[in-house]
Design a protein around this ligand. Structure first.
Ligand SMILES: NC(=O)c1ccc[n+]([C@@H]2O[C@H](COP(=O)([O-])OP(=O)(O)OC[C@H]3O[C@@H](n4cnc5c(N)ncnc54)[C@H](O)[C@@H]3O)[C@@H](O)[C@H]2O)c1
Length: 312
C-alpha cells in the first residue's frame, strides 16, 4: 500500500491534502492516511497550528472553513513526515525548498516518487534550476510536476509547464501595478500580452525544447489570465502602486496576506539575475521593469512606459 506525504501546508498544500486524502480513501492500493508536513507556527491564541489541524481537521490559518478529511494527519517534524512515504507531494513556497531538500536528503525511501506543485525556480551562478530538478538532484528521486489544470505527462513539456506557472507571477505584478494606477483594461491587456510574449521567449531561450503550444494550454494563458485578474500578486502590486511605492512589498505582503507568500517579487528578482548575467535585460523590458519597480528602483508608473513603448 502506497503512502502519501504532502510537504507543505499553506493554502495550496491544504487543498492538495484534501483532494489527495479523498482519493486515498477510494483507492485500494493507497494507505488511507495522508501525512501533511506543517511548518510549525504558534497561533495568536497560543496553540500550535499542527495541533489545531489535528483537533479540528481544518487548516484554520491557511484554508479556514474547509474540512481536510479525517485521514489527513498534520506532522510538524519533517523527517517523521517523509520517512515512510512512497509518494512525496511538494507544495511549499519555492524559496524554502533548498532548505527542505537538505533536511530530507537521505531520510526518504529510495523508491519514493516526487511530484511538485510549486511555482518558482532557484537561481544559481551556473544558471536557473527548476524546482523539480532541484528536488530530483538533491533527493535522488524522480519528480514530475502538476500545474494549472494539466498533468505534465499529458503535454510532455515539463519545463514549459513549470515555467508558465513560475513566470506568470511576474506578469501579475505588472497587471496589479496597472490596476493600482487606474490605467484601465486596455493597458492591462497590453501588459498581459507583453508578459505572455516574454514568458515564451525567456522559456525558449533557457530550454529550447519548450513548446509554444504549452503556453496555450490551461497551465499557460488561462493560468496567466486568472492570476492577472484575481491572484495575490496582482492584489499586493495594486496596493503598492496605490501607495505610490512608499510601502514596501514585504510590508504589504505581511499586512495583506497574513502569512501567505508572494511569489512574483522574488521570481522577478531571480529572473532579473539571469537576464543581467546573460545581457538580456533589453530583450525583456517588462520582466526587468517589474523587478526594478518592486525593488523600489523605479516608480510604479514605469510599468506603463514599458507597456506603451513595447506594444507598438
Ligand atoms: N495558493 C494557490 O492558489 C496556488 C496554486 C497553485 C500553486 N501554488 C504554489 O504552491 C506553493 C505553495 O503556496 P501556498 O499558496 O500553498 O503557500 P501559502 O503562501 O499559502 O503559505 C505559506 C506557507 O509557507 C510556510 N512557511 C513559512 N515559513 C517557512 C519556512 N521558513 N520554511 C518552510 N515553510 C515555511 C507557511 O507555514 C505556509 O505553510 C507555491 O509554490 C505556489 O506557487 C499555489
Amino acid at each position: 500500500m502506497s503512502k502519501v506525504t504532502i510537504v507543505g501546508s499553506g493554502n495550496w498544500g491544504s487543498v492538495a491534502a484534501k483532494l489527495i486524502a479523498s482519493n486515498t480513501l477510494r483507492l485500494s492500493n493507497f494507505d488511507d492516511e495522508v501525512r501533511m508536513w506543517v511548518f510549525e507556527e504558534t497561533l495568536p491564541g497560543g496553540e500550535k497550528l499542527s495541533e489545531v489541524i489535528n483537533k479540528t481537521n481544518e487548516n484554520v490559518k491557511y484554508l479556514p472553513g474547509i474540512k481536510l478529511g479525517k485521514n489527513v494527519v498534520a506532522v510538524p517534524d519533517l523527517e517523521n513526515a517523509v520517512k515512510d512515504a512512497d509518494m512525496l507531494v511538494f507544495v511549499s513556497p519555492h524559496q524554502f525548498m533548498e532548505g527542505i531538500c537538505k533536511l530530507v536528503a537521505g531520510k526518504i525511501k529510495a523508491s519514493a516518487e516526487g511530484i511538485s506543485l510549486i511555482k518558482g525556480m532557484e537561481v544559481k551562478k551556473e544558471g536557473p534550476c527548476m524546482i523539480s530538478t532541484l528536488i530530483s538532484n538533491r533527493l535522488g528521486i524522480n519528480c514530475s510536476v502538476l500545474m494549472g489544470a494539466n498533468i505534465a505527462n499529458e503535454v510532455h513539456d515539463v519545463e514549459g509547464v513549470e515555467l508558465c506557472g513560475t513566470l506568470k507571477n511576474i506578469v501579475a505584478i505588472g497587471a496589479g501595478l496597472v490596476d493600482g494606477l487606474e490605467m484601465g483594461n486596455n493597458t492591462k491587456a497590453a501588459i498581459m500580452r507583453l508578459g505572455l510574449k516574454e514568458m515564451i521567449a525567456f522559456s525558449k531561450l533557457l530550454f529550447p525544447s519548450v513548446k509554444d503550444s504549452t503556453f496555450f494550454e490551461s497551465c499557460g494563458v488561462a493560468d496567466l489570465i486568472t492570476t492577472c485578474m484575481g491572484g495575490r500578486n496582482r492584489k499586493v502590486a495594486e496596493a503598492y502602486a496605490k501607495n505610490g511605492g512608499k510601502r514596501s512589498f514585504d510590508e504589504l505582503e505581511a499586512e495583506m496576506l497574513k502569512g501567505q507568500k508572494l511569489q512574483g517579487v522574488l521570481t522577478a528578482k531571480e529572473v532579473y539575475e539571469v537576464l543581467s548575467d546573460r545581457g538580456w535585460t533589453e530583450k525583456f523590458p517588462l520582466f526587468s521593469a517589474v523587478n526594478l519597480i518592486s525593488q523600489g528602483l523605479l516608480p510604479p508608473s514605469a510599468i506603463v512606459q514599458h507597456a506603451d513603448n513595447n506594444s507598438r
